[in-house]
Design a protein around this ligand. Structure first.
Ligand code: H2B
Length: 96
């Protein structure tokens, strides 16, 4: 799966919620009600990441989860990162 150009990424970002492109990665800060919600989100992310065989870098700060997506094998952002970003946006709506 080839690395996308900056133009392709900018175009794709229009269809995603609150993601930005930074240092070769897609980055988003998810905000939840509390630590429990952050962890529930992470637990939902795990099977999705495994099913895609594509894994995000995750930082938890109490009620915030910062997610970095990149494709290590390609050294940049690919369609797999966009697909995972889309799925994470869907999971976000399911966390309460
Ligand atoms: N996740 C991410 N983010 N990038 C990769 O290149 C990657 C991955 N590669 N998850 C996968 C696993 C690869 O190492 C395995 C062997 O399929």
């Amino acid at each position: 799966m080839p690395r996308l150009s900056v133009q392709e990424i900018d175009q794709a970002l229009k269809g995603l919620r609150n993601w930005r492109f930074e240092n070769g990665e897609l980055v988003k800060e998810f905000k939840f009600a509390d630590f429990d919600s952050s962890i529930r989100f992470l637990n939902m992310v795990q099977p999705v990441a495994d099913s895609l065989d594509h894994h995000p870098d995750l930082c938890v700060y109490y009620n915030r989860v910062i997610v970095h997506l990149t494709t290590h094998d390609e050294g940049g952002v690919t369609d797999l990162d966009l697909k995972l970003a889309q799925k994470l946006d869907e999971l976000e709506k399911m966390v309460h």
